[in-house]
Design a protein around this ligand. Structure first.
Ligand SMILES: [Zn+2]
Length: 422
């Protein structure tokens, strides 16, 4: 970065005011936002975003999944743009910051560069990815997924909401089926500021999370079959108690997660017992397992440990047990140079920071497949998100945008040097 830009910083008051301005679109009485994908409110915030970016000198293009790209030209139009993306849709009981700060911090970076008359080498783009939340149309991260080739367009178009309305029809109804084919838009890099949605940064007094990736996750369903019997007349040694076996298996899941702590986590969150009667020895139990770890090999090891524990417990308790893998979401590792750019940006700005792996999924998890990517996490008060009471400190919102600004400018310098080196 040149000497002139060493003390560069965004206009925090303008960023905060813009966040509060968009929070009026779909505002709920409890102070949150309900702005579901492809509703009239989504159209309203999109219209606002387009007009505001155009007023900041950007050209706005839209792809055929409704993803919006607001481009500020650079000196060298042959360089792929450096993108700053997230989402403007919300959960039915969403907060004011989830997704929104990623898009509006990008807008604030562009406004700041305009104010300071700083021209970048590469073009910059602010991106609004369609349907990140997945609460109206499942799955989540649908259109960053199409962009990255994870889902095809016909699949996305065919998704329906609870009333049977199709994604493709609703996209056309609100007028946001663009002409650019989704995924045809090259990105040089992608940075996403996002609220942490967890308690770690706040607990450690850190302002910035340097996100190194998104953890791997596997979901299992376990069915345990024992034998029903009378609770009063069946002697203990003769029982095949499915609940007892399941209880030991649940303890094993916990023990496995603790062996791989602090990064490994394991949860049994759903249990069903048959016949669920107080004087009948349980005949069958169904339960789920959620294992997560940033390293896929460790997730695989946790699975193996769990499978052998389940088999051993089944044998020792005289029941039968089956384990089915129902979802496998591999870990994502972000780009080392983008991660380093975020780390240096945090340090140069003087914000306390730590590396962190994202627990939830984000658009960046898919975009990382097609462009060098990393994320910037900012603290979430009380770890509360996907909740109308989600709150952030003013200083933390501004910090995220400042780190984004510096990371983008450093990446721009790097791309320019690379282009000069040929
Ligand atoms: Zn989000």
């Amino acid at each position: 970065m040149s000497g002139a830009s060493t003390n560069i910083a965004v206009n925090g008051d303008r960023l905060w005011a813009t966040i509060m301005e968009t929070a009026e679109i779909g505002a709920t009485p409890k102070g949150g936002i309900k702005r579901l994908t492809l509703t009239d409110l989504d159209r309203e915030v999109r219209d606002w975003f387009r007009a505001t970016c155009q007023a900041a000198g950007c050209t706005v293009t839209i792809d055929d999944m409704g993803n919006m790209f607001a481009r500020r030209p650079g000196r060298d139009s042959t360089l792929p743009p450096i993108a700053m993306g997230s989402h403007l849709d919300t959960q039915p009981t969403g907060g004011k910051f989830d997704g929104v700060i990623g898009v509006l911090s990008g807008l604030e970076v562009i406004r700041t560069l305009n104010d300071l008359k700083v021209e970048t080498n590469a073009p910059l783009e602010v991106v609004n990815w369609t349907n990140e939340e997945g609460s109206r149309f499942a799955p989540a991260m649908l259109c960053s997924g199409v962009f990255a080739g994870v889902f095809d367009r016909a699949y996305a178009d065919s998704r329906t909401d609870r009333e049977g309305k199709r994604f493709g029809d609703e996209l056309e109804r609100i007028g946001y089926r663009g002409s650019e084919p989704c995924g045809g838009h090259r990105l040089g890099a992608h940075f996403e500021v996002h609220i942490e949605q967890g308690p770690i940064l706040e607990a450690e007094g850190k302002t910035i999370g340097i996100v190194t990736g998104v953890q791997g996750m596997r979901w299992f369903e376990v069915t345990v079959i024992g034998r029903e019997g009378h609770a009063g007349s069946t002697p203990m040694p003769l029982r095949q108690d499915a609940m007892l076996a399941a209880a030991r298996m649940i303890q094993a899941v916990n023990a496995i997660a603790l062996r791989h702590a602090p990064l490994g986590v394991g949860t049994v969150g759903l249990v069903e017992c048959q016949p669920n009667s107080r004087n009948v020895i349980p005949g069958s139990v169904f339960f789920t397992i959620d294992f997560r770890h940033p390293d896929d090999a460790t997730v695989a090891a946790m699975e193996q440990e769990m499978r052998s524990a389940v088999a051993e417990i089944a044998t020792s308790t005289g029941v039968e047990a089956s384990v089915e893998l129902v979802w496998d979401s591999p870990a994502v590792r972000f780009d080392p140079q983008c991660i380093a750019a975020v780390a240096r940006a945090a340090e140069a700005s003087g914000y306390p920071a730590r590396e962190i792996v994202s627990g939830p999924g984000h658009d960046s998890a898919y975009i990382a497949r097609v462009a060098p990517t990393s994320m910037i996490f900012v603290p979430c008060e009380g770890g509360l998100s996907h909740n109308e009471l989600e709150t952030m400190e003013y200083g933390h919102v501004v910090a995220g945008a400042n780190v984004l600004l510096r990371a983008v400018l450093e990446t721009d310098q790097r791309f320019a040097e690379r282009a000069r080196a040929g």
